[in-house]
Write a protein that binds this ligand. Structure first.
Ligand code: UD1
Length: 429
């Protein structure tokens, strides 16, 4: 298994191109199952989750072509993927495929909408808590589906097609909102989704579905209204920039010091995280190219945060912000409200010398003057990258094990950091 060695202590200077968002690309790719025409997605990141989902979609009958790199495109330029599901050849998504990536469960909605039946393996356990799918299934039931759980599979049926209905989510769920949207676009009649997720990735999916011919109002607000249409067609859509990747690099610069432009991303996608960085003493400015992040000498101030659905502070940046706070002047409190058990990075950060105490859903982080490199290991994507950030600021070498987590969500991580002066090296093994 590959490892990454980081020799800490280098400031980061330069620019980093921000990739297309993984969390937008995945539901967009799944939306290709809603039509027999071609959906072309531009700026899809080169990530192992994208490859895994491609495999799952081809199992259902989607053909895929990937455009080659054009002259002038860098290694970091995203890819253009065309998906054509002329026929759904298999309405079953087996355990072996779904268990590798939770988001693949979302195929249940388009397969059910198009074929009137779907048999999708339940995703199973996950390192960041139980992550159930009850609300996704509830949404489909509200659209008239009959659902049974049998032998670890969700069996969904709607032989006469889905029907518009009222879906009220008791808590905000991104996956639930994606599922409700993809179920409702081809349903007969009107669907109202209340307490919908407002994440930019939901808005991006709705924008793409609209290009495909769907009728959707209110995406990006807690109330979405969908008027079902008889069929959807092909479309051409550019994946929005990855706000989590951008926020991660912003926190890396905040931690090491330096001056970096995050290219191609706008502040409105991650304002809450940028506000937290500003309170910590980091200079943030919007430029024509993207977001400029600077910290030169000033100490990092301790800042309390609480994760919230968009537009609040994203749970996917919680671990990275905690890494930053380990070197703050003073004590900060970090509250995780979205996922239980999303503090696995705490033990590993402690190996670098961080002082963190857990009290239920709150991590109390007492800043230390310096971290020192160590071998570490991580259990999920965001936790791994928090260790990378901490390693960049730590004295000496940090060896990150289980790099496959990073490859799921961060495109060209070593290349992007190296071009700003970081000493990062992948060791194949
Ligand atoms: C998506 C993101 C993930 C991010 C999360 C929250 C993708 C591929 N993943 O995950 O990176 O951390 O949003 O912003 O886009 N819940 C239920 N029942 C359900 C569904 C969810 O109780 O049926 C709960 C979850 O356990 C969690 C909360 O709702 O506590 C939010 O989860 P959700 O927004 O659904 O996360 P995902 O869509 O899985």
């Amino acid at each position: 298994m590959d490892k990454i060695r980081i020799t800490g202590g280098q400031r980061l200077n330069g620019s980093i191109p921000i990739s297309g968002a993984k969390n937008a690309a995945l539901p967009l790719m799944i939306a290709s199952l809603l039509t027999d025409e071609t959906l072309t997605l531009v700026n899809v990141p080169r990530l192992s989750d994208v490859t895994a989902l491609s495999r799952i979609l081809s199992n259902h009958g989607a053909d895929r072509t990937v455009a080659g790199k054009r002259i002038g495109q860098s290694a970091e330029s995203g890819q253009t993927i065309s998906l054509t599901a002329r026929q759904i050849v298999d309405t079953c998504a087996p355990y072996e495929l779904v268990s590798t990536m939770r988001a693949s469960f979302w195929v249940i909605a388009p397969i059910l909408a198009r074929m009137g039946e779907a048999r999708i393996s339940l995703p199973g356990g996950c390192a960041i808590g139980t992550r159930p799918v009850d609300l996704l299934l509830m949404a489909l039931e509200r659209l008239g589906a009959e659902i049974r759980i049998e032998n670890g599979y969700a069996l969904a049926r709607a032989p006469k097609g889905l029907k518009g209905g009222e879906i009220v989510f008791p808590k905000v769920t991104v996956g639930g909102t994606h599922t409700a949207l993809m179920g409702a676009v081809l349903a007969q009649g009107t669907t109202v989704i209340e307490n919908a997720a407002c994440e930019p990735e939901v808005t991006d999916l709705a924008a793409c579905l609209t290009k495909m011919g769907a009728r959707i109002e209110g995406a990006g607000t807690p109330r979405i209204v969908v008027t079902g249409v008889a069929r959807l067609g092909g479309a051409h859509h550019t994946v929005l920039p990855d706000r989590i990747e951008a926020g991660t690099y912003a926190m890396a610069v905040a931690m090491t010091g330096g001056d970096v432009v995050l290219e191609g991303v706008t502040p409105d996608l991650l304002q809450a995280a940028l506000d937290a960085l500003i309170r910590a003493g980091v200079d943030i400015t919007a430029t024509n190219e993207g977001i400029r992040v600077r910290r030169n000498g000033a100490a990092i101030a301790a800042v309390d945060i609480e994760t919230q659905p968009f537009p609040g502070f994203p749970t996917d940046l919680q671990a990275q912000f905690m890494a930053l706070m380990t070197m703050a002047k003073g004590t900060s409190r970090i509250r995780e409200t979205i996922f239980e058990n999303r503090f696995m990075h705490v033990q590993e950060l402690a190996r670098l010398g961080a002082r963190i105490r857990l009290d239920g859903d709150v991590a109390i982080v007492e800043g230390v003057p310096k971290l020192t490199g160590a071998p570490v290991m991580a259990t999920d994507l965001r936790a791994s990258v928090s260790l990378v950030i901490a390693g960049l600021a730590a004295e000496g070498d940090t060896m990150i094990n289980r790099v496959y987590h990073l490859d799921r969500g961060f495109e060209a991580l070593e290349a992007k950091l190296s071009r700003c002066g970081a000493l990062v090296e992948r060791i194949s093994g």
